[in-house]
Design a protein around this ligand. Structure first.
Ligand code: SAM
Length: 280
C-alpha cells in the first residue's frame, strides 16, 4: 500500500526507531485488524486515510505508539494505556517471567504463593502473575493517581488486591508473609533527563522515570520494603538500568538483608534485573 510506505518514510524521517512496524501497527489500528491480516485488507476509505494521516503525524511528533492505539501487549496480556501511566516495556517481560516462575515454584510445593508488585504502573507485572499463576494471591501498589486509575481499570476482575499509596509504607498487613516481591521502580538519574527518548521524557510520568541523583533512591527504599515484607527465604526481583548492573545489586548486598544477590541479563546481553533471597 502506497499510503503505508509513505507513512513509514515519514516516521523514519522523524527518527522513530521502528518506522515499518509502527506504520503497520497504526494501519492495523485504523482498519480494526491485526498486522498479520494487513495483506488481505481492502484499500483505505477516504475517512480511514484521513484518520491514518493524523495518527502518523502524531507518531512522527513522537507520541508513543501505545498511546495512539490505546493498548500495550505484555507477555500474555493487553493493558489499556494512555497519558498518566508508564507504558510497559518488552524488557520487563523477563522480570515478570521470573516472578511467574517463583510463584509457580511455591504452588508446586502445595502452598498458595503471596506475590507483591511494588510500583505497579499499568498493572502489567501483577496481571501477568495473576493470569499465568491463577492460584497466586497477588497484591499491587501504585503511588501516582492517574497511574493507579489505569491499574484499577486493567486489574478489574483479575483478583489482584490493588492499593493506592507509597511503597515505602505499603502492606503493613503483609509483613513477614510474602513469597515474592517484584518491582520495576523508577531508576533514571535526574541528570540523564536529556538522554531519555522523547516518547518517555514527554509522555511517561516523571514519577515513573527518575529516582534521584544516582537513579537508585527508589531501589534503596525497595530493599527496605522487601526486607520488611518477605517471609524467611522469600525472594525479591527488581529491574534496573543497564548501567546499574553492579550498583543496583550492591544496594541489596550492602545491608546484609539478603543472600544470593545476583544480576540477570536481557536478551540483548545487557544487565537488566537483580534477584535476592531474604537471609533469615
Ligand atoms: C518504571 S514504572 C513501572 C510500572 C510497571 N511496573 C511496569 O513495569 O510497566 C514505575 C512506577 O512506579 C510508580 N512509583 C514511583 N514511586 C513510587 C512509590 N514510592 N510507591 C509506589 N509507586 C511508585 C510510578 O508512578 C510508576 O508507575
Amino acid at each position: 500500500m502506497t499510503v503505508r510506505r509513505e507513512a513509514a518514510r515519514t516516521l523514519a524521517a522523524a527518527g522513530v526507531p521502528s518506522p515499518d512496524f509502527d506504520a503497520d501497527e497504526l494501519l492495523a489500528h485504523v482498519l480494526g485488524t491485526t498486522r498479520s491480516r494487513l495483506p488481505y485488507e481492502p484499500d483505505l476509505t477516504p475517512a480511514q486515510t484521513q484518520a491514518y494521516d493524523v495518527l502518523v503525524a502524531r507518531r512522527a511528533a513522537r507520541e508513543p505508539l501505545q498511546h495512539l492505539t490505546g493498548t500495550a501487549a505484555f507477555r500474555h496480556v493487553e493493558l489499556a494505556v494512555g497519558p498518566g501511566v508508564f507504558v510497559p516495556r518488552p524488557e520487563t517481560e523477563l522480570l515478570a517471567g521470573w516472578a511467574v516462575e517463583q510463584a509457580q515454584a511455591v504452588v508446586d510445593t502445595g502452598r498458595v504463593p503471596v506475590v507483591v508488585d511494588l510500583c505497579t504502573g499499568s498493572g502489567a507485572i501483577a496481571l501477568s502473575v495473576a493470569t499465568e499463576v491463577p492460584a497466586a494471591e497477588v497484591h499491587a501498589v501504585e503511588l501516582g493517581e492517574p497511574a493507579h486509575a489505569w491499574a484499577a481499570r486493567n486489574l478489574t476482575g483479575s483478583g489482584v488486591d490493588l492499593r493506592h499509596g507509597d511503597m515505602a509504607d505499603a502492606f503493613p498487613d503483609l509483613e513477614g508473609t510474602v513469597d515474592v516481591v517484584v518491582c520495576n521502580p523508577p531508576y533514571i538519574p535526574l541528570e540523564a533527563f536529556e538522554s531519555v527518548a522523547p516518547e518517555a521524557r514527554d509522555h511517561d510520568p516523571e514519577l515513573a522515570l527518575f529516582s534521584g541523583d544516582d537513579g537508585l533512591v527508589a531501589m534503596r527504599i525497595l530493599e527496605r520494603v522487601a526486607a520488611r515484607l518477605l517471609r524467611p527465604v522469600g525472594v525479591v526481583g527488581a529491574e534496573h538500568a543497564d548501567v546499574q548492573g553492579e550498583s543496583a545489586p550492591a544496594v541489596f548486598a550492602a545491608t546484609g538483608c539478603c543472600s544470593g544477590v545476583r544480576d540477570h541479563r536481557d536478551l540483548a546481553g545487557r544487565p537488566r534485573f537483580l534477584t535476592a533471597r531474604l537471609a533469615r
